[in-house]
Design a binder for this molecule. Structure first.
Ligand code: AMP
Ligand code: MN
Ligand code: MN
Ligand code: MN
Length: 284
């Protein structure tokens, strides 16, 4: 079965609206799909209606921001009730934190002779065509910085200003790992550690993270994220087996112009992993 369980729409930092995203997902042959916007459930209903009308199996999805030992982490959630009051409230709190963060990022950039970043990032977001209530994310700031001539491209914006440890990397608003997972579990969902390789941790730190994650109720890890090199996938597959985690796979699609994150075009999941859709909590 071709499953793509990680993708973004204009409800967070993707560039396609949820319905268009689902149409493209179906056209790429995906059979089981989840829309996993960052800290946002706004696209879920439209995604579901569109996905099911096109014959795909759909499961609720989200990518939650969290912190652990001072690092920002992403937790994928699946199969939860999107109307769960506890989860909706937790997500609303994170969205408020994201607004405060966006204001702080703009202030800090203004202090570096880059005024008008918040308005600029909002304009970038609006021009993506969505009816938005969500706060601008770092990629919107990055695109504004390019447009305003402060950097050459997005990569430079992250490298110099917005990436890990830089001025725009403000973490204090994210809930702690266990706190982020709790409302997801209460909503009947499965918590999966997103792209564990991408945090740049040593192997021993990664193991500590996975132990803490399991203890907090985490049930799976994302073994395949986009076109991840097969040796990384093999390592994550081994970890999933060792820890008894379910394994998930997704493209992490954001834009049609990023060929390394194309819908449904991920590295294959190793056969010896137990896919997350085998988890009884992963109800479609
Ligand atoms: P935020 O949710 O506002 O913290 O923004 C994080 C998002 O920025 C991620 O989900 C990616 O889509 C994007 N991102 C993170 N690091 C980079 C990078 N180095 N280059 C380009 N995009 C990035
Ligand atoms: Mn993103
Ligand atoms: Mn992520
Ligand atoms: Mn993602």
């Amino acid at each position: 079965m071709l499953a793509d369980l990680h993708m973004h729409s204009t409800a967070s930092d993707g560039s396609l609206e949820p319905a268009e995203l689902m149409r493209r997902a179906a056209a790429s042959g995906i059979e089981l799909v989840a829309l996993t916007d960052h800290d946002c459930l706004d696209g879920q209903q439209v995604a579901r209606d569109t996905a099911e009308s096109l014959g795909m199996q759909w499961v609720s999805g989200v990518e939650l921001s969290a912190q652990w030992q001072g690092h920002t982490l992403h937790i994928l959630g699946y199969g939860f009730d999107p109307q769960s009051p506890g989860l909706v409230e937790a997500i609303n709190r994170v969205q408020e934190g994201r607004w405060r963060r966006a204001e702080q990022i703009a202030q800090r950039l203004a202090g570096k002779n880059m005024p008008g970043a918040l308005e600029g990032a909002l304009e970038i977001q609006r021009s993506a065509g969505a009816e938005l209530h969500s706060p601008p994310a770092r990629p919107h700031f990055a695109d504004w910085m390019v447009k305003a001539g402060h950097v050459r491209d997005r990569a430079e914006a992250f490298r110099k200003w917005l990436g890990a440890g830089k001025l725009g990397d403000i973490k204090q608003h994210w809930p702690e790992l266990a706190e982020a997972i709790e409302p997801l579990r209460a909503a009947g969902g499965v918590a999966v550690m997103a792209h564990p390789w991408h945090y740049g941790f040593t192997r021993s730190r990664l193991r500590r993270l996975l132990r803490d994650f399991a203890e907090a109720g985490g049930r799976g890890i994302e073994v395949v994220n986009g076109k991840q090199p097969p040796e990384q996938v093999a390592y994550l597959a081994k970890l999933s087996i060792e820890f008894g985690f379910f394994a998930s796979c997704g493209s992490d699609f954001h834009h049609p112009d990023s060929p390394w994150m194309a819908l449904g075009k991920m590295t294959a999941m190793p056969d010896d992993c137990t896919p997350v859709w085998a988890d009884p909590l992963f109800c479609r």
